[in-house]
Design a protein around this ligand. Structure first.
Ligand SMILES: [Fe+2]
Length: 349
């Protein structure tokens, strides 16, 4: 499997006790606690690491304040790591980890990244069947009762950037990311070639949609939970503890279909519970979304900036995509799909 999902994120935080309390409450499992760092490990084996904002081991900050300072993606083996080290190292410094199992470098837009040899553990799910009138999937059987959310995966990391196309180009050309969806002049969703969730990285134009702050930097990290019950259990638990959710409680995104609940995090940016996102492979055709239509969501609490309805503005017209945005393989498939769609023999996605 080629380069995959997020293997670890490393925070630099100014409020260590508040940050630790937050992720304890959020449901992460700490495997190390010391004055210098706290390490959480998720079921898939990925890690969330909290360090002090001025810890000398952290890369230089690329924005002000607390937040994720470095993001690592997993690769399968040493050979792949070496290939990427060579490719990325042609025009920038690539630092090797002490154990030889990782490399660190900066993206074109100055975001500190890394790759690490990682054997991702498969997470075992047992989602309860869902009933609907006359579609009985769960007979004589109640649903499991949930008390807390226990995130199992790191799904994606989102950055607010100056130039979404330039930022994404590095992930596409150097890390083989696929373009998933394009929100015109507002955001680009990208998927790592070895991951299946709709996006592993999202680049949001810093002054476009979403709540403040409207400045370049880290925006949020999303964690995967099993189902809607777990999203709600997490929401309730965090609400009772006084954490603020700026996006109207639990909702569902139009792009990616994912259920969500975001919280402002003392460690910087937001942390998101996510469930029931779209999963994709290279047969996916990237779509072009009008920014507001694509960014629409239903939420538990209506947000003042959400209109009641928006015109249906999404297309498969790849002539509107940024130049070179689609890797060749996907572009060929996209052309085939578009051809089928235009001739009426394909399914509209
Ligand atoms: Fe997200």
């Amino acid at each position: 499997m080629p380069l995959g999902g997020v293997e670890r994120i490393i925070y630099g935080v100014s409020d260590m006790p508040g940050s630790v309390q937050f992720y304890d409450d959020f449901g992460l499992n700490a495997i190390k606690r010391s004055d210098a760092e706290v390490i959480y490990q998720l079921e898939e084996g990925s890690k969330v690491i909290l360090r002090h904002i001025d810890d000398p081991s952290l890369p230089a900050p690329h924005y002000e304040g607390s937040g994720v300072r470095q993001t690592f993606y997993g690769v399968d083996n040493q050979d792949e790591l070496d290939i990427y080290a060579e490719r990325i190292g042609v025009d920038r410094e690539v630092k090797r980890g002490k154990d030889g199992q990782s490399i660190e470098f900066l993206s074109d837009c100055g975001i500190p990244l890394g790759l690490r040899v990682w054997s991702r553990k498969r997470v075992s799910y047992a989602p309860d069947p869902v009933n609907a009138p006359d579609n009985i999937q769960r007979l004589n059987q109640h649903r499991r009762w949930r008390y807390r959310a226990r995130p199992k995966t790191i799904n994606h990391v989102v950055w607010r950037v100056q130039d979404i196309e330039k930022s994404f180009a590095f992930w596409r050309d150097r890390l083989d990311f696929r373009l998933t969806d394009y929100q015109v002049n507002a955001g680009i969703f990208g998927r790592a070639p070895g991951a299946m969730q709709h996006h592993v990285a999202y680049f949001q134009r810093f002054d476009a949609l979403g709540p403040p702050p409207h400045s370049p930097g880290f925006d949020h990290v999303a964690f995967g939970v099993e189902d809607i019950d777990e999203v709600y259990a997490g929401w309730n638990y965090m609400e009772r503890r006084g954490y603020k959710n700026p996006l109207g409680g639990v909702g569902r995104h139009r792009i990616a279909s994912a259920l969500f609940c975001y919280f402002d995090a003392p460690c910087g940016g937001m942390a998101e519970y996510g469930a029931d996102t779209d999963y994709l492979d290279d047969n996916w055709t990237p779509r072009v979304w009008a920014p507001a239509f694509g960014g629409f969501m239903w939420t538990s609490r209506i947000l003042p900036f959400l209109p009641e309805e928006l015109p249906w503005e999404v297309s498969l017209d790849d002539s509107q995509l940024p130049k070179g945005a689609v890797p060749e393989k996907t572009a060929q498939y996209s052309e085939k799909m578009l051809g089928n769609y235009r001739s009426g023999s394909g399914e509209k996605k």
